[in-house]
Design a protein around this ligand. Structure first.
Ligand code: HEM
Ligand code: MG
Length: 332
């Protein structure tokens, strides 16, 4: 097709990424940042366009170069978001709020709203961002970060490590369950919530340090200021599906909860059709294409339809599960 995904970074060594060619600059008034501290940081250091508008190819290259994210995971996440939040004709996406800089919108009900768009990819019980229901799903939230600090002090000896991450993740779920009447914890959010709890102790720790423990000053720099520490080295070796699987399972097993949603505060109703983390990503993939994407694009025509087909196929291939049937809602 016209817009294939990039391949892996051949160099996965730990090396200086906060270098002279990528200085931190605070975002200007027209620069967009959003709910992802990883992408925000890459934009504020010029690994992504500092405007916060990027192609999915640029996003994959940036997460590989800046953080050593594995190619399979990078393409899967970048396309998972782009499918529902990006502009398929211009190939541009906002890493935060909706922007006219992504070009002319396709007809509604398509949203093309950037990563801030609630429900289609962004979801509830985030670590340092509030639930959409409470009014802001994308800005750094000091109250939530303070909870991460307190929990990391108790469970991680002053660090956000795997043990602390399991408790922070669970507390965020319990909080949304108790207070958010619209809490939704089904795929893809079920899966991404655990993954995003792993990312900080695998990607935000300097590559010369093998501890898997993130100090809380560095954590604040990424989460709040979108900034690499001085002299920061990216991790040693790429981190993709094979590496994240055990980490995600450990977090989920520490405090098991099945996929579900609230019907009123505290009334968590299970979604038994959703396998959550078991059965790989096939359910997530199939729902994302057959339900979410088709609800945004019920009857696309011409080049838009062709671009949707191609991007849906890229997402399928990135999943890497040939036992999962590919679906073709827009034709083959
Ligand atoms: C959260 C997108 C890569 C770290 C998010 C969210 C989105 C997103 C939409 C918000 C979800 C939510 O919490 O409701 C992406 C995309 C990526 C990417 C499209 C492309 C590959 C990365 C990388 C890192 C990272 C490479 C780390 C280096 C995080 C963290 C959160 C997050 C820690 C949770 C923030 C919080 O809950 O406070 N990402 N992300 N992401 N992302 Fe990314
Ligand atoms: Mg969220």
């Amino acid at each position: 097709g016209a817009h294939p995904p990039p391949g892996p970074d051949p160099d996965t060594s730990p090396r200086l990424v906060n270098d002279a060619a990528h200085p931190y600059r605070a975002p200007g008034p027209n620069d967009i940042r959003g709910p992802c501290p990883g992408l925000n940081t890459l934009a504020s250091h010029g690994y992504l366009n500092r405007s916060g508008i990027a192609t999915p190819q640029e996003i994959v290259n940036a997460v590989q170069k800046g953080f050593n994210m594995g190619n399979d995971l990078a393409v899967f996440v970048a396309w998972g978001a782009f499918l529902v939040d990006g502009n398929h004709l211009t190939n541009l996406m906002s890493i935060g709020e909706k922007s006219s800089a992504t070009g002319i919108d396709p007809p509604p009900p398509a949203i093309v709203g950037g990563l801030n768009t609630h429900k289609v990819f962004e979801g509830d019980a985030s670590t340092t961002r509030g639930d959409f229901y409470f009014g802001d799903n994308h800005s750094f939230n000091e109250t939530l970060f303070d909870q991460l600090v307190n929990t990391s002090n108790v469970y991680g000896g002053g660090y956000y490590d795997a043990a602390a991450a399991a408790e922070v993740r669970w507390n965020r779920i319990l909080d949304s369950k108790a207070r958010n009447p619209t809490f939704d914890f089904t795929s893809p959010r079920y899966v991404t919530a655990y993954a995003e709890s792993v990312f900080p102790f695998r990607f935000f720790v300097d590559g010369r340090n093998q501890s898997g423990a993130l100090d809380l000053i560095t954590a604040r720099g990424f989460y709040q200021r979108s900034q690499f520490p001085t002299g920061f080295y990216r991790r040693n070796g790429s981190f993709g599906f094979n590496e994240i699987g055990p980490d995600v399972d450990a977090l989920a097993e520490a405090h098991p909860i099945a996929p579900g949603h609230n019907e009123g505060v505290g009334n968590y109703v299970l979604n038994p059709e959703d396998p959550g983390l078991s059965n790989g990503l096939c359910f997530l993939y199939t729902k994302h294409i057959n339900t979410t994407l088709t609800s945004l694009y019920p009857n696309p025509q011409g080049p838009l339809r062709e671009a949707l087909k191609e991007n849906a196929a890229t997402f399928y291939t990135a999943m890497g599960d040939s036992s999962c049937p590919q679906v073709f809602p827009f034709g083959r």
